[in-house]
Design a protein around this ligand. Structure first.
Ligand code: 13P
Length: 245
């Protein structure tokens, strides 16, 4: 399977003009790359002005439609031609108090709308220091995937994003990433079966840069990358994409 290289722009950039410039710069340099799947996840409002690369949203609501002021549903995204949605990002969990239960509802709704899901899991530094990392990840997976069938898992990519590695420059080591990916696969095997564990892509995110990206794919066994800060720099992001193939 091709590596999935997803750009999570988060709440950036702050104007349409900058968003278009960044997008067009990336597009020009990656559009002929066939051996990697590149997905750009900009803020919602830019989704309709960016054309020519696969797009993802950074969140969606768990109801289909109705009186939910300020929310964007999975169905709205699908009907706009959006392919992917990131669900359960640690920043959503931290700042917007998203629970595993809400994340589960969002994943279900996104899949039923026909979106592909990038489902984020990962531990805080405290949880890691206290030896709770695997329990936390297991629980995020178990509760996040509750009621989702084996067949539906084909629409899900798991993003392992240790929170202590996000935006800190302190990227996770190859060994620790590999161990975490194997643990996620083992958990999928326990929740589903070996085939689901083998086929589900597990990607890595957390201070990925052009200089470290290759080792996650080539050595740690990641099926792709979820890139934050470095995806806002055209050349750096393109370097990451190229290093993955
Ligand atoms: P950084 O690449 O900025 O560490 O962000 C990672 C991330 O949160 C991607 O979703």
């Amino acid at each position: 399977m091709k590596p999935l290289i997803a750009a999570n722009w988060k709440c950036n950039p702050t104007s349409q003009k900058e968003a278009k410039t960044l997008f067009e710069g990336i597009k020009k340099r990656v559009k002929n790359i066939k051996n990697a799947e590149v997905v750009i996840c900009p803020p919602f409002v830019y989704l309709s002005i960016l054309k020519g690369l696969t797009l993802g949203a950074q969140n969606c609501y768990f109801e289909e439609k109705g009186a939910f002021t300020g929310e964007i549903s999975a169905l709205i995204l699908k009907n706009m031609g959006i392919d992917y949605v990131i669900i359960g990002h640690s920043e959503r969990r931290k700042y917007f108090k998203e629970t595993n239960e809400e994340i589960n509802k969002k994943i279900k709704r996104a899949i039923s709308a026909g979106l592909k899901v990038i489902f984020c899991v990962g531990e805080t530094s405290q949880e890691r220091d206290e030896g709770n990392k695997t329990n936390i990840i297991k629980n995020q997976l178990k509760e996040g995937l509750e009621g989702i069938s084996k067949a539906e898992t084909k629409n899900i990519t798991i993003a392992y994003e240790p929170i202590w590695a996000i935006g800190t420059g302190n990227n996770c080591s190859v060994d620790e990433t590999m161990t975490s990916i194997l643990f996620i696969k083992q958990t999928l095997n326990n929740l589903y079966n070996r085939a689901v564990a083998d086929k589900t892509r597990v990607i890595y995110g957390g201070s990925v840069k052009g200089e470290n990206s290759n080792s996650y794919i080539k050595e740690a066994g990641a099926s792709g990358l979820l890139v934050g800060g470095a995806s806002l720099k055209t050349e750096e992001f393109v370097k990451i994409v190229k290093s993955s193939i």
